[in-house]
Design a binder for this molecule. Sequence first.
Ligand code: DOR
Length: 454
Amino acid sequence: MDATFRRPVLSPAAVPDAPHLLVIRGVRAIDPTRALDATVDITIEGGTITRIGPGAAAQVAGSEHARVIDGAGLWAVPAFVDLHAHLREPGQEYKEEIASGLNAAAAGGYAHVCVMPNTKPVNDTRAVTELMLRRAEEHGGAQLHPIAAITMGQKGKDLTEMAELRDAGIVGVSDDGVCVMNSGVMRRALEYAKNFDIPVIQHAEDHDLTAGAEMHEGNVSARLGLRGWPRVAEDVIIARDILLTEYTRARYHAAHISTLGAVRIMREAKSRGIDATAEVTPHHLLLTDASVIGYDTACKVNPPLREPEDVEALRRALADGTIDAIATDHAPHSPLEKDCEFAEASPGMIGLELCFGLLLGLVGESGITLPRLLEALSSRPARIIGIEPPTLKEGARAELTLVDPGARYRVEEMKLRSKSHNTPFLKHEMTARIVMTLSRGKVIFDALGAGARS
Ligand code: DOR
């Protein structure tokens, strides 16, 4: 909280200002919100998309104020919106700062990032919300949207002042990292949040069922001798919360769902018209508990990596829309919290920079289409938090991401913008790269310009 605590971090000031006129020539533009998939020229003037269509590039030929990007082989898609990131400021800036986290977000194609309240102190007051917003504005990159705690200190007892917090700029409430265990408190939270049309975002974990747990409870945990976190600990909370949501007619969002049971409950709730949404992380879509066999603490995460049948259920639920959104659960930790025994390690992995490159390979699997993947990364999460979804439309503020879908490279520690490098994907071969991100009409990440680092 102390202003002297801040450390300088590379800011988007290092990225040259967007020229008044930017033209992306011959790019494949894909926007599921408009059923658009065509090769076009995109003209951006003063931060607004002024033209999408053929021939725009010819209009600016010869203009010295225009920057023209050759879009051949690239895709332009609506910029991404992350519902779930831990940026650790205030309080644990050695793991991540708002500036470094937003740099990582921009490099991952994100124009908007929602930040969880489990900072130190917890974001349960206007002062912390305002501090986060101020830091983000000073930085000037991707737009930060604070999520405040549901209960004071995330202790599960007294509700936060949601009226005041909403007024300060929050987009939702969550005690993420801990579950709201008390049904009476959860009911009141849903009723209170409903007044402000914000979602109550639950970290679904019955702590009585997960006491001392280190990984998913199953054959692998039995073999490794690690204490298990059973699926049912997630399922009982989501089932209870759905009943409370139906009763209160409020808005509920399930964070990082990981089990086939949670998928089944969400599917049934949606079929009955209950206002409940869900997100899934890239790691729960890609990894299983078998990754823990080498006791790699990078694979320790909460909720834990599950079994192949859970992964398949999550993929199918993403494909059919039962799972609305993909959220990174970007959870930076330093070597202090990770280079230790499995039991002692903190749960979490980073995700902002890697999410899209990791997930593009899922297109075609389990019915997941490219438009559905893009929608789950952008317009669906935007609608959940009530912001204007990024779109490729004439007259819209430019919020788009340029992707090189043919890029092949290995994730290397030194190239990550996040301050922390806790990911099991460090040597992974990626099959797509983000090359440019625009947020609120401004270029916030640029790997194409002169001097840009890759
Ligand atoms: O793995 C996790 N890490 N899950 C959470 O819910 C919290 C997060 C963190 O803050 O590190």
